[in-house]
Design a protein. Structure first.
Length: 105
């Protein structure tokens, strides 16, 4: 199965871990850059981060549909894949701009 670069290297979602830190995942629910179908135990890799200021208001700004849930934040879904249209990409890049400005503790 062939995948777009986006599916492996672009953030799809942020998933909160039990300790409050986040893992940034690709479309396959793997850490960015991981191109595998195998199960990944996130705690075995230095990929979890504490993001300062990531509360419900920021989650809603990052979410493709304005969802304020901080447990899992989807930056896009199958209906607004960034590479499908220039408008979808523009909206995605706005969300990435917000994400990029968050501080890692």
């Amino acid at each position: 199965m062939s995948l777009e670069f986006r599916a492996i290297f672009f953030p799809y979602c942020l998933q909160k871990q039990s300790d409050g830190r986040y893992v940034v995942l690709n479309r396959r629910y793997k850490p960015l850059g991981f191109n595998t179908l195998e199960h990944i135990e996130y705690e075995k890799y230095p990929i979890c981060v504490k993001l300062k200021g990531l509360g419900s208001k920021t989650a809603a700004k990052l979410s493709w549909n304005g969802d304020s849930n901080t447990d899992i934040i989807y930056l896009y879904n199958d209906g607004c894949i960034p590479t499908n249209s220039s408008q979808d990409m523009k909206n995605y890049l706005k969300r990435l701009e917000i994400l990029a400005k968050l501080q890692v503790e």
